[in-house]
Ligand binder design. Structure first.
Ligand code: WQD
Length: 339
């Protein structure tokens, strides 16, 4: 069974390709290499022994998308990762985000709605909740006005999937990721942030390896136990496995609705200082950091209620924060040839 993974050479995409291949699926990857490297294909092959079929294709090019589906008429299962995802960048360049995250989704769905039946897994985000009123957050929590164009593209994307699935043979699962971190335990694939990392964990590992002088902790005056903001950090391998279960659910027609939504997190919140402490423990070295002012757009606290994913999807995070930080550190040392 052929599965199309868009953005399949990216951070979460590549880890999902590995888990799909482990489950015996044939994988076709589309990626425009704007935020990934062709070398990731070798990394995947080193882990699974199988190199996925790859097309360097930009989903912003409607004709290319049509040509792809004309060539691969048997593609009816799609996991869609390809998108821009830097919150800060989206504020300064909203049209880049609306074009890259919305147009591409429309062109993909225009091809899938031609099929009698198609299964679609959409990469969404806890960002759609904004600063939710109650913790932990359930899927029933209201979607709040987005804090950024990035978050808005995820909200709009979800609505597009709902509207199209209502009038087509498309069945969909929306996976709302919390904070993906870590790397495959083999250290053959991992996160490859281009330039200065926006996210906490790659900045930590780059500081620890000596690429960055010190980590700036954005604010310690939040209403949390230690004053730093709280997030739900999910190991990317656990997150990847959730996609395989979601796809199987649709293939086996176990879905109860045309569109189903699941929070994919650990259900546990960790503060920035707790992450630093956990990293120092797994790396056995002190991390250089300083407390600075809050970052615009950050929320105080976000962590998932994962009951629905546990009970309905049959998925539960198995790996811990320390597992994730240890794998991120092993990956950092590998790509800097320190191991
Ligand atoms: C985590 C915490 C920062 C960097 C975003 C998107 C989300 C997903 C993950 C795409 C916050 C603090 C960070 C630093 C710091 N992206 N921090 N110093 O903002 O929770 O989520 O990325 O899917 O959709 O919204 O992740 O890793 O940037 O920040 O103190 O140098 O670490 O303030 O509290 P975030 P993050």
């Amino acid at each position: 069974m052929k599965i199309l993974v868009t953005g399949g050479l990216g951070f979460i995409g590549s880890h999902t390709v590995v888990e799909l291949q482990n489950e015996g699926f044939e994988v076709v990857v589309i990626d425009n290499l704007s935020n990934s490297s062709i070398d990731v294909l070798d990394g995947i092959q080193k882990i699974t022994g199988k190199k996925p079929f790859f097309e360097n294709l930009d989903l912003k090019n409607k004709v290319s998308v049509q040509d792809f589906f004309d060539k691969h008429t048997d593609v009816t299962h799609v996991i869609h990762f390809a998108a821009s995802k830097a919150v800060g960048e989206s504020v300064g360049n909203p049209l880049l985000y609306y074009e890259n995250n919305i147009n591409t989704l429309v062109y993909l769905l225009q091809e899938l709605e031609k099929k009698t039946e198609a299964n679609f897994i959409f990469s969404s985000s806890c960002t759609v909740y904004g600063q939710a009123d109650d913790m932990p957050i359930t899927e029933k929590a209201s979607v709040k006005p987005a804090f950024s164009p990035y978050g808005n593209t995820k909200q709009i994307g979800e609505e597009i999937v709902w509207d199209v699935s209502a009038v087509s043979g498309i069945n969909a699962v929306l996976l709302r990721y919390f904070n993906p971190i870590g790397a495959h335990p083999s250290a053959e694939i991992g996160e490859l942030p281009l330039g200065v990392p926006q996210n906490l964990v790659p900045f930590i590992t780059q500081t620890a390896i000596g690429l960055r002088q010190e980590l700036s902790v954005f604010g310690d005056d939040y209403p949390t136990p230690d004053g730093t903001a709280v997030r739900d950090y999910i190991h990317v391998v656990d997150l990847a496995k959730a996609h395989v279960l979601a796809l199987k659910r649709l293939i086996e027609k176990k879905n109860k609705d045309k569109v189903e939504v699941f929070n994919i997190g650990t259900g546990k919140g960790s503060s920035v200082l707790e992450v630093i402490k956990a990293f120092e423990k797994v790396s056995e070295q002190k991390l250089a950091y300083k407390i600075v002012g809050r970052r615009d757009g950050d929320v105080t606290e976000v962590y998932a209620n994962t009951d629905k994913a546990n009970q309905v999807l049959g998925w539960k995070a198995q790996l811990t924060l320390e597992d994730a930080l240890g794998s991120a550190w092993k990956w950092e040392k590998k790509i800097r040839n320190n191991i």
